[in-house]
Ligand binder design. Structure first.
Ligand SMILES: C[S@@+](CC[C@H](N)C(=O)[O-])C[C@H]1O[C@@H](n2cnc3c(N)ncnc32)[C@H](O)[C@@H]1O
Length: 231
């Protein structure tokens, strides 16, 4: 494959800005000291067994695009028996999450500050028990919708890294994204929808943790929560 081919096949960027306000002195320090200690060592495609990154955990979870990190640190604190891989490209969000990890003394989170799809490509097959994709960038304009994370190729990658019986939680408050993501997940042979009644997708799951971003209600519908299981 030539460099030109590689560029042509590079997936579209699914996120907006990476930079925000300047980091505080403490945040810069956390980037220099804590992040290198807990950064996911992504290497050759398909090579990483994430269970080797944690001392003693029962399950491995993955959160994609954690924003300010409130859900990541909240779940990690409630579930010390879980090893959590968490990815975010927004530098200020990563800095906030590093601060929460230090403040709470969390030892069961590993971070990836680049595109989550690169992290997934580095993981071996069937190594993840749960995936959270919460309020992903909505790209509401029709012309931008091809930038949405939930694409058929992405779902193939998700199906590869999930264990059989592994679960995916997708949430959004944007109607066109809810419709599109649901249709793509339903059409994908690896995923089965767990909802039995409308309440199952309308009501926040008992273990859901709201973030500051969610409380802004930037979408056009009440949030929906789709839980899928991987065959
Ligand atoms: C709209 S925010 C929601 C954040 C968080 N999930 C919440 O509910 O508060 C979506 C986040 O996903 C991040 N993001 C988008 N595409 C990503 C990717 N491919 N890899 C990692 N992070 C990504 C963005 O930087 C942004 O911070």
């Amino acid at each position: 494959m030539t460099d030109e081919d590689r560029l042509a096949h590079r997936p579209l960027r699914t996120y907006g800005r990476r930079g925000g306000r300047p980091l505080s002195g403490r945040q810069k320090q956390l980037f220099e000291t804590l992040l290198p200690q807990i950064r996911v060592p992504v290497g050759a495609p398909g090579a990483l067994d994430p269970a080797t990154l944690f001392d003693d955990v029962d399950e491995i979870w993955l959160e994609i695009g954690f924003g300010g990190g409130e859900h990541t640190s909240g779940q990690a604190k409630s579930h010390p028996e879980v090893g959590l891989l968490a990815s975010e490209v927004f530098i200020e969000g990563m800095a906030k999450c590093l601060g929460q990890i230090e403040d709470e003394g969390l030892t069961n989170v590993r971070l990836w500050e680049e595109d989550a799809r690169e992290l997934m490509a580095g993981l071996r097959d069937q190594c993840i028990d749960r995936v959270f994709i919460l309020f992903p960038d909505p790209w509401p304009k029709t012309k931008q919708q091809k930038r949405r994370l939930i694409q058929p190729d992405f779902l193939d990658d998700l199906a590869r890294v999930l264990k059989p019986g592994g679960r995916v939680r997708f949430a959004t408050d944007v109607r066109s994204y809810a419709d599109e993501a649901l249709e793509r997940l339903l059409r994908h042979p690896a995923f089965d929808w767990l909802a039995e009644t409308a309440e199952d997708w309308r009501r926040a799951p008992a273990d859901h943790i709201q973030t500051r971003y969610q409380t802004k209600n930037l979408g056009d519908i009440a949030p929906v929560y789709f839980e899928f299981i991987c065959a």
